[in-house]
Ligand binder design. Structure first.
Ligand SMILES: *[C@@H]1O[C@H](CO)[C@@H](O)[C@H](O)[C@H]1NC(C)=O
Ligand SMILES: *[C@@H]1O[C@H](CO)[C@@H](O)[C@H](O)[C@H]1NC(C)=O
Length: 463
């Protein structure tokens, strides 16, 4: 498989944060101070702290692997894929907002800025970079494997944090991607400095892109690209890992379909935006394929080869975590995840009231939803404390002799939920590949250097 070493750690942090935020809704008794404190939040914080040593590099871009006991191993390769550097902001900013410790958000932002600074003159990023020297080791620019969740997290981070800087970075990339990699609503791979096409392939991992485009409001483009991808689905009853666009066929050794979520995830977002029944048709086709082709006694098997529908003796974790979840959400318009802000919960904490579950959920790259209102609520608590302190200072210094009433700062209208929930994902496998180290994110096991002419050779394993 071309995704190895998918990490244990970041999904652990994201999963814990999501479970922490959903725990009250799930009927679990929460401690005083929740959602700004709680046992799962403390576990998430502890797990995230163990990742921090990876960020101690001259560039601020993290190593791809870190030893959970001892930090970065001496002799660890400094070459990390772009996604492995740029996929922290959703979890780390959530953690910082909930706990009040800015370190997590700071390191994630620094890594994002370093990638941004190191984009090429024509505005593209490559696939692998040396985090010590900031030299691009694999110079293929595209939207799929090795890069995907970086773009995903710029958009989701921008929405989660209402952050204009992150969004403007994405919009600049989007311009360059459209200009250099897009042909007839397909996206190809190009050389990051010259913009020349290096691989005319569509990877099934890239199918998150229409969903991401719909999140920035570019629904027409998103729909056209989605329909291209859907024709590939119809041709094979699934999405092959690689599809050679000019030849209109699968790529040697990349004919499998491990029941990845990305196209279904895009269908879910686009359906929220358009209610176009074609999107439900894709959902129906997916359910049928999964039932007819991949169902076995103990689960749902990876399709090893879409040409003859042979199966592999494995079921990937993203099948349940993401594929099934997005299918469910596609067909369940009343799900609380789709809340448009008309419903919400008010929670009383020792610090005041707090609005939660008003919608606008941001899915992390493993499809764990994060409630953006919770971030706001914990931060607001701190801002209010400062506000009160300021008022008190003013009161004592200036208004000593006058009667003074503190105004109740009661305009507390959280729950801004402008967007539908969010996500798109690389959804690689979540496995550890090394004994004592854990790689942080999905990177292709072999960087694709310049043997690009030979299609299908590029992503081959050594094994
Ligand atoms: C790459 O990023 C690093 C860290 O931000 C920066 O020091 C360096 O100047 C950048 N390189 C280029 C060519 O911009
Ligand atoms: C688009 O590409 C052309 C070269 O093909 C270049 O001259 C132009 O500046 C590019 N525009 C953007 C927005 O990247």
């Amino acid at each position: 498989m071309f995704f190895n070493g998918l990490l244990a750690c970041l999904p652990v942090v994201g999963g814990l944060l999501s479970a922490h935020l959903l725990s009250k809704k799930a009927g679990i008794e929460v401690e005083v101070g929740w959602p700004c404190s709680g046992p799962l939040l403390r576990m998430a914080e502890e797990a995230a702290r163990k990742l921090l040593p990876a960020f101690q590099t001259p560039t601020g871009m993290p190593y791809g692997t870190v030893n959970l006991l001892h930090g970065v191993n001496p002799g660890e390769t400094p070459v990390t894929c772009t996604a492995g550097i740029g996929t922290f902001i959703v979890e780390f900013a959530t953690l910082s907002h909930l706990t009040g410790d800015p370190v997590f958000e700071d390191v994630a932002r620094k890594a994002l800025k370093a990638l941004w600074k190191n984009r090429s003159d024509i505005g593209l990023v490559g696939n692998h970079i040396d985090v010590v020297t900031a030299k691009w080791v694999a110079q293929d620019a595209g939207i799929g494997a090795g890069v995907d969740s970086y773009f995903e997290y710029l958009v989701k981070g921008a929405i989660l944090l209402q952050d204009k800087e992150l969004m403007s970075m994405f919009l600049e990339y989007n311009k360059a991607i459209k200009n250099y990699t897009k042909f007839d609503d397909w996206y190809l791979w190009v050389q990051m400095y010259k913009g020349t096409v290096s691989m005319p392939v569509f990877q099934s991992l890239e199918a998150y892109w229409p969903g991401l485009q719909s999140l920035i409001g570019d629904v027409d483009n998103a729909m056209r690209t989605f329909l291209n991808y859907y024709t590939v689905w119809k041709q094979f009853g699934g999405l092959p890992e690689f599809y050679n666009i000019p030849q209109g066929y699968t790529v040697d050794k990349r004919e499998g379909y491990p029941l990845r979520p990305e196209l279904i995830e895009s269908a879910m977002y686009l359906y929220r935006a358009t209610r176009d029944p074609t999107l439900l048709e894709l959902g129906r086709d997916a359910v049928e394929s999964i039932e007819k082709i991949s169902k076995v006694d103990c689960g749902f098997a990876t399709i090893k080869d879409l040409r003859d529908h042979r199966l592999d003796n494995r079921m990937e974790s993203f099948f349940l975590a993401e594929t099934v979840k997005y299918l469910y959400l596609l067909f369940d318009p009343d799900n609380f995840i789709h809340n448009d802000g008309s419903d919400f919960d008010v929670v009383i904490t020792p610090y005041g009231e707090c609005v939660l579950n008003a919608g606008g959920y941001i899915f992390n790259t493993e499809a764990h939803p994060i409630d953006p209102a919770a971030l706001h609520c914990c931060r607001k608590r701190k801002e209010e404390q400062w506000e009160v302190e300021d008022l008190m200072r003013e009161f004592y210094s200036l208004k000593k002799n006058k009667k003074f009433t503190l105004k109740q700062a009661s305009e507390r209208d959280e729950g801004e939920s402008t967007k539908d929930a969010t996500d798109a994902s690389s959804g690689g496998e979540k496995r550890n590949s090394k004994k004592s180290s854990h790689s942080l994110l999905s990177c292709p096991s072999q960087s694709f250097n310049s043997k690009l002419a030979v299609l299908g050779q590029v992503f081959l394993d050594n094994t």
